[in-house]
Design a protein around this ligand. Structure first.
Ligand code: GNR
Ligand code: NI
Length: 165
């Protein structure tokens, strides 16, 4: 288990384009394990390698529904999208901010899995949102670039549990 340090805005690495992975070797598998450890430790639902300082095209996701398994995607490509949705996003690299972003509601993806095997999957709803958020990280794009609006949740969000002031 290795939790790695998260890169935070305005670290300029977050603006760089990640490079395709040529061989899924043991070093990549270790990177993926560290990404999952780091994501779970931070209570995130997704993570791109650049967020721990590695400019490689790999992302992990886990929507934390009951019985959910992590999804690992290497060199992901969008093959098709359908319909749009808008929803609230946050980013582990941009603490204390939220934003409303439009994303495809359904996304067909082609990628390699953690064993280097070609996979195709169809992501819907929140997983489609998280996927596009992570794919953008691989291209140096942050959700704040696309947000219709951003806000500080402590000020504006109707939280279930808010600190008494
Ligand atoms: O943990 C995260 N939650 C989240 C919520 C809505 C839309 C996207 C995300 S991804 C984010 C983790 C992260 O920053 N991944 O890059
Ligand atoms: Ni993010």
């Amino acid at each position: 288990m290795a939790v790695r340090a998260l890169r935070l805005e305005p670290d300029e690495i977050l603006r760089k384009k990640s490079k395709p992975i040529e061989v899924v070797d043991d070093k990549i598998k270790e990177l993926i394990e560290d990404m999952l450890d780091t994501m779970y430790e931070a209570n995130g639902v997704g993570l791109a390698a650049v967020q721990i300082g590695v400019l490689k095209r790999v992302l992990v996701m886990d929507d934390m529904e009951d019985g959910s398994e992590p999804i690992v995607l290497i060199n992901p490509e969008v093959t098709h999208t359908e319909r749009m949705q808008r929803g609230t996003e946050g980013c582990l690299s941009i603490p204390n901010l939220r934003g409303i972003v439009r994303r495809p509601y359904i996304t067909h993806v082609k990628a390699l899995n953690e064993n280097g095997e070609a996979v195709e999957l169809v992501l819907e709803g929140f997983l489609s949102v998280v996927f596009h958020h992570e794919l953008d990280h691989l291209d140096g794009i942050l959700y704040t670039d696309k947000a219709i609006k951003t806000y500080h949740p402590d000020e504006d969000e109707d939280e279930d549990h808010q600190e008494e002031k």
